[in-house]
Design a protein around this ligand. Structure first.
Ligand code: FES
Length: 139
């Protein structure tokens, strides 16, 4: 694994992932899969007064997928919906101290799982998520 030069932060979030699990009364749930590598993420968000008060994930995937899921759930907590929608895969990768080029798609999966959870939240509240809804959703 060190062959790929993972940063210390990537290794830390892989070995000690934050926010693993489910939110039983989630406000939104997003499922995203990458058809090429087969990795799958499920993201849960809890929203109160338009603020994301909690986020959890379950990822069946590679180490970078686990690290980026962990980081994105940390980044999103305490943010408004509008702020959360601005979180990019690049920001997630940067927060982890960078990712090897062949692993950047794992951070895309994390961004899209978050957007899928936000889209689910929108739909549950009668709002239209089509402007940002990801296309790789699995069910
Ligand atoms: Fe596909 Fe990491 S190898 S998400």
């Amino acid at each position: 694994m060190t062959d790929l030069n993972y940063s210390e932060k990537v290794m830390d979030h892989f070995l000690h992932p934050r926010n693993v699990g489910e939110i039983p009364d989630a406000s939104g749930i997003g499922n995203i899969g990458n058809p090429v590598c087969g990795d799958v993420m499920r993201m849960y968000i809890k929203v109160e007064n338009d603020l994301i008060v909690d986020a959890k994930f379950k990822t069946f995937g590679c180490g970078a997928a686990i690290s980026t899921s962990s980081m994105v759930t940390e980044m999103v907590k305490g943010k408004s919906i509008e702020e959360a929608l601005l979180i990019t895969n690049k920001a997630v990768a940067e927060a982890l101290g960078g990712l090897p080029a062949v692993k950047l798609h794992c951070s895309v999966l994390a961004e899209q799982a978050l957007k899928a959870a936000l889209a689910d939240y929108y739909r549950r509240n009668g709002r239209d998520p089509s402007a940002f809804e990801p296309k790789l959703e699995t069910h």
